[in-house]
Design a protein around this ligand. Structure first.
Ligand SMILES: Nc1ncnc2c1ncn2[C@@H]1O[C@H](COP(=O)(O)OP(=O)(O)OP(=O)(O)O)[C@@H](O)[C@H]1O
Length: 313
């Protein structure tokens, strides 16, 4: 089965600045992939590499088995919506749809017109006179009207009001179900991603910290609360992602492929938001104090420790 997106040791530098480092991914097709991470983590860079807007400075990337941007066939299969929702200010909405029809072999004019009508936008209005959210809706309509096999969306809902956001995500899910479209979307709104994504990538400081199917990720991560102890005192086979301590109590987020063994701790699953924040904080602490000694079995997040909070390698 051809992967939706495959990357091997993918790297991207802008001059001396690293935007992506040693990124290896293999995402099966048919997924809705949530791409999360703090500002500057490398999310837009990954999406631009996947769409062919940028070429990597090291490593390889393929989308649906082909090099991104390699020929008109590949361009037609991949729809990309950049973060700033680019539109042509002097062209009308109808002009944008005409342009979409000219440039895209699988263009769906009926879909695009219906969507513009649903949004109650006037087709004769110039794009430069639209609000930020309306511009984003127009850019989304053009990207989706291509009827691509993969939609790459860089923070598509950031400028939409809550109702429009819900409408957009519902529409996205419909095209996933009806047309089998795969989607990769970046967002800082984890609750939105939680509703629609079945695959998650957490990027922090240019590196992939966590990637996998949401069901598998949520089944294998646990928060354990117990009397104060070192991570090294936990059962073997648990990968400690983060550890925080009070005088009497320790709280660990651990990853374990096997069911958690019974013991003198309380354990619970984490929400997607808790998981993402744990990996982001862990990577942050590791970056802040890279030289401190590691304390336990392993972590995708790196090594380091802060007072009251540790991250294990
Ligand atoms: N054109 C560019 N020239 C130089 N550096 C760049 C350029 N584009 C991005 N960067 C740098 O690359 C890194 C990754 O940026 P990127 O835009 O991919 O992050 P992001 O995760 O999408 O951030 P945000 O959530 O703020 O949109 C950042 O350090 C950024 O400053």
């Amino acid at each position: 089965m051809t992967a939706l997106l495959e990357a091997h040791a993918l790297g991207m530098r802008y001059g001396r600045r690293r935007a992506l480092t040693d990124c290896t991914l293999n995402i099966p097709p048919g997924h809705v992939v949530g791409l999360v991470g703090p500002n500057g983590a490398g999310k837009s860079t990954l999406l631009k590499l996947a769409s062919g807007f940028l070429s990597p400075t090291s490593g390889t990337i393929s989308v649906l088995g082909n090099t991104p941007g390699s020929g008109t066939g590949q361009l037609a299969r991949v729809g990309f919506l950049a973060q700033d929702a680019p539109v042509y200010p002097s062209l009308s909405i109808a002009d944008h749809l005409r342009l979409g029809a000219r440039l895209n072999p699988r263009w769906d004019q009926g879909f695009a017109e219906r969507r513009i009508a649903q949004l109650q936008l006037d087709p004769t209005q110039k794009a430069g006179k639209l609000s930020g959210g309306q511009r984003a809706q127009l850019a989304l309509t053009v990207a989706a009207g291509k009827r691509p096999e993969v939609l790459l969306l860089d923070e598509p809902v950031a400028s939409l009001d809550p109702l429009a956001r819900r409408g957009f995500l519902n529409h996205l899910m419909e095209s996933v179900v009806e047309d089998g479209t795969s989607v990769v979307l970046s967002s800082h709104l984890i609750s939105d991603l939680e509703r629609v994504c079945d695959y998650l990538i957490v990027l922090v400081s240019s590196r992939v910290r966590l990637a996998g199917e949401v069901d598998e990720i949520t089944a294998t991560h646990h928060r354990m609360v117990c009397t104060r102890r070192d991570p090294g005192a936990l059962p073997a086979g648990l990968e400690v992602v983060s550890a925080t301590h009070t005088d009497r109590q320790s709280t660990f987020v651990v990853r374990s492929d096997a069911p958690l063994p019974a013991g003198d701790w309380a354990a619970e699953r984490l929400s997607m938001e808790d998981l993402v924040l744990t990996y982001m904080e862990a990577a942050d602490s590791a970056a802040a104090e890279p030289a401190t000694s590691a304390t336990s079995t392993g972590s995708a997040a790196g090594a380091g420790s802060t007072e009251g909070a540790e991250v294990a390698r």
